[in-house]
Ligand binder design. Structure first.
Ligand SMILES: Nc1ncnc2c1ncn2[C@@H]1O[C@H](COP(=O)(O)OP(=O)(O)OP(=O)(O)O)[C@@H](O)[C@H]1O
Length: 265
């Protein structure tokens, strides 16, 4: 008991320390700062777990705006922080499809680790559901999931697990879908692939549930998704197989087959 209390105390101590370090060190780069004589900081997009993200203008071609991700200064000294940053750059560099942000540059500026990538225009599914109040029918939700699985299939075939396929990281563009934020992505060995891709399938189940819940109006006591959502039994089985509460899909293609079979009905 005493041991548990001590460990809890040390955990909350670590959390406080991390928080204080962030407050002290993680100031965003000032707007209009010019980085490596090339990129002008135009806007702060957000603060993530590992990075601070900006929109920058390229002075070599002033019409070009990119996303610049800076490793949080408080994370610079940590192996985990540096590794996640280097992995993100390495993985983006290996992705050549237009549906993923192209890596444009990676450098250390003024002791800050920076990567520059394409800005993906569109709306995240988080914005569509929570800001624009978009409703997705079962058909539309499954079609969107199928489009996302096409991209996830590209990643898995390259031995990459994204590991953060949440609605803020999936963008609906004019004619296609894109996946961003490879900060938690990792390369996996072929022998462990089947096991490792379960993380992505699990997140895709959440993605689908967010879309299906967009048409749900809460009434009374909270129940499980299976009781609350009026969806086809086939879709329920798909979700269970993605969550792993029924025997898991062995690969992304097996999920795609199920979606396609159901949509053809
Ligand atoms: N390549 C990109 N194109 C368009 N918007 C992007 C791109 N990369 C990031 N963003 C946007 O920038 C913001 C910050 O993104 P970032 O990935 O740095 O952190 P986060 O998603 O807030 O947190 P975390 O890194 O912890 O997941 C988000 O609103 C995201 O949609």
């Amino acid at each position: 008991m005493e041991k548990k209390a001590k460990s809890q105390k040390s955990k909350s101590g670590n959390y406080m320390l991390k928080h204080i370090k962030r407050l002290l060190f993680d100031h965003p780069i000032k707007l209009n700062t010019i980085i490596i004589n090339r990129y002008v900081v135009k806007e702060v997009l957000g603060f993530g777990g590992f990075g601070i993200t900006y929109i920058v203008q390229d002075l070599r071609n002033e019409e070009h705006h990119y996303v610049l991700k800076q490793l949080r200064p408080s994370r610079k000294g940590t192996k985990k922080g540096k590794n996640s940053f280097l992995t993100e750059a390495d993985i983006l560099a290996s992705l050549t499809n237009a549906e993923f942000p192209t890596l444009r540059n990676a450098f250390i500026w003024d002791n800050h680790y920076c990567i520059v990538m394409d800005y993906i225009h569109g709306k995240t599914f988080e914005d569509l559901i929570f800001e624009e109040d978009r409703k997705f029918s079962e058909q539309e939700a499954l079609k969107a999931l199928l489009d996302v699985t096409d991209l996830v299939q590209i990643l898995h075939r390259k031995g990459i697990v994204h590991n953060d396929l949440r609605i803020p990281n999936i963008i609906l563009r004019e004619k296609s879908i894109s996946i961003i934020d490879f900060g938690l992505a990792r390369r996996v060995e072929e022998s462990k692939k089947q096991e490792e891709i379960q993380d992505d399938l699990y997140m895709l189940a959440h993605f689908l549930l967010f879309l299906l819940y967009s048409t749900y109006t809460p009434s009374g006591r909270e129940k499980s998704w299976e009781e609350e959502l009026s969806i086809h039994d086939n879709v329920k089985v798909m979700i269970r197989k993605m969550f792993g509460t029924a025997p898991c899909y062995k690969n992304i293609e097996a999920l795609q087959n199920d979606i396609q079979k159901h949509l053809k009905k």
